[in-house]
Design a binder for this molecule. Structure first.
Ligand code: FAD
Length: 463
């Protein structure tokens, strides 16, 4: 019998004091006992609000039911009907905004821990050899190129294989996974988990080529000579800088560079690896999103005296996952809310020595409904710092649109695409951060899946 009143289970966690000394996972995840206790809390609702609230509509009550029957392979099959990245999503999706936020238990009880159950299902099914890649459709003889290997292209590629098309993924970096690999730290998402999820996509017959910069190594026009359609899922990897005096001083990083050094190049293991990362004693991180939290928490693990996050609004408006903000606070990271950077100061050697900030108050809501920060007069103050990491946003890299005149972009460099991903160039579709300019793993996956359906229609019409 389901028992929602039973306490919500938690995975074992490293203590904050221990975990700031290593890059190992913060949360261990469920074992069989805790997974089954948690699964019993699910009411198996007929009208599953959790599934409706998930952008890729994971069949949540169905997979939990299979777990309760002891069929972990069948549970994984249920998830993989709509999502090829269950071990990733179980770890990094903002469940509070989707499945868990919609769970009927909210209010009287705590929501079912869907993220931890999804992670448990994927890991256990994989480790016991019962996670089976979905079966590809009968071969159609059509070929599709996917640009980029982040969650959007991975989802599009897997979906296109379900339709029976041949797929090749072209990635600019030397390794695959997009932000999952170069942005999100290993203590949230271990590298081997990304590799295993990508292996499932490979097992469906998708081919992968690394170190190919589409637009430079090969153009979109050239791809269209070899392929029947192209999907662009090249993300938004270009950092936005703060545009304040002093941004060129030594000791200022973009979050993108800082995180790539640590996560892709594993600079935290230097000199065991070739890439170093310089970190001072007093680190300031600008921003309030996932990048800012990841940069601050990586910096903390490199052993400085202090890490301070400067965010222009209040905690309520922070776009980062709630759980990661809590984790950052537990780890001793300081927060200066309602504060904005004004000028980075340097010493005689051109190195950062501090940052002047201004206090804000919250004014009227902006177009998205978030209250806008308004500077408070005569409120400037100095934070001492020798490292500043700018994590205030990112935008699409312009290489592809610059080299592909038929692809139209808006004033922010974002590719123009209709619902379903159709771009202004025939046979070329796009989705994920390249059309959203920074969203979430789930939204990128959703775009890839929907666009794969549109590409399939396009290829059928072409026949
Ligand atoms: P990406 O993941 O950016 O992948 C694009 C890929 O395309 C990259 O590998 C890139 O190298 C490649 N590429 C670019 N140009 C070319 C080219 N010309 N030729 C070939 N390849 C190219 N979302 C969450 O839901 N939860 C989180 O916890 C979370 N944390 C985040 C932490 C950080 C630090 C960042 C930056 C983002 C985070 N996000 C999170 C957002 C999420 O990761 C992104 O929205 C998502 O990865 C976008 O997927 P994508 O496939 O569109 O692009």
């Amino acid at each position: 019998m389901p028992n929602p009143a039973f306490p919500r289970q938690q995975g074992a966690r490293q203590s904050p004091r221990e975990r700031i000394k290593n890059f190992e996972p913060v949360v261990e995840g469920f074992d069989e006992k805790t997974a089954l206790l948690e699964a019993q809390r699910c009411l198996n609702c007929k009208n599953a609000r959790c599934t409706a609230a998930c952008p890729v509509n994971v069949r949540i009550p169905q997979f939990i039911e299979q777990l309760l029957k002891g069929n972990v392979g069948a549970a994984a099959d249920e998830i993989m009907k709509t999502s090829l990245l269950p071990a990733v999503c179980g770890r990094v999706c903002p469940q509070e905004n989707h499945c868990e936020g919609a769970c009927i238990l909210n209010g009287r009880f705590k929501p079912v821990a869907v993220g931890l159950l999804e992670r448990y299902t994927a890991d256990t099914a994989r480790n016991s050899g019962v996670l089976k890649p979905p079966v590809p459709g009968s071969p159609t003889g059509k070929r599709v190129a996917c640009v980029g290997s982040g969650p959007s292209s991975l989802s599009a590629a897997a979906e296109l294989r379900r339709f029976g098309h041949d797929v090749v993924v072209y990635e600019a970096l030397h390794d695959f996974g997009g932000v999952l690999r170069y942005g999100i730290p290993t203590f949230r998402l271990p590298r081997e988990i990304i590799s295993k999820e990508i292996q499932t996509v490979k097992d469906m017959g998708v081919a992968f080529e690394s170190s190919v910069i589409v637009g430079n190594t090969i153009t979109v026009e050239e791809l269209l000579k070899d392929f029947d359609a192209v999907y662009i899922g090249s993300g938004a990897g270009l950092p936005t800088m703060a545009n304040v005096p002093g941004e060129n001083l030594v000791g200022v990083y973009s979050a993108n560079e800082f995180l790539t050094r640590i996560n892709l190049m594993q600079a935290y293991k230097f000199p065991e690896v070739d890439t170093p990362v310089g970190i001072g004693k007093k680190v300031v991180v600008l921003g309030g999103g996932n990048s800012a939290m990841d940069a601050a928490r990586c910096a903390m693990r490199l052993g400085p005296e202090s890490v301070t996050v400067v965010y222009r609004r209040s905690r309520e408006e922070m776009p980062a996952r709630e759980e990661e903000v809590d984790n950052a606070m537990e780890e001793g990271i300081k927060f200066e809310f309602l504060t904005v950077q004004k000028e980075i100061l340097g010493n005689e050697n051109g190195r950062v020595r501090g940052i002047i900030c201004t206090r804000n108050t919250l004014g009227a809501p902006d177009a998205k409904g978030r209250r806008s920060p308004v500077p408070v007069e005569n409120s400037d103050f100095l934070i001492e710092a020798d490292t500043v990491i700018v994590a205030i946003g990112q935008k699409p890299n312009p290489v592809i649109p610059k080299k592909t005149p038929e692809l139209k972009t808006n004033e922010r460099g974002v590719l123009v695409a209709k619902e379903g991903g159709e771009t202004t160039m025939k046979g070329v579709f796009a989705g994920g951060d390249i059309i959203r300019s920074g969203a979430t793993v789930l939204m990128a996956m959703k775009d890839g899946i929907i666009a794969a359906g549109k590409i399939n229609e396009y290829l059928n019409d072409k026949k």
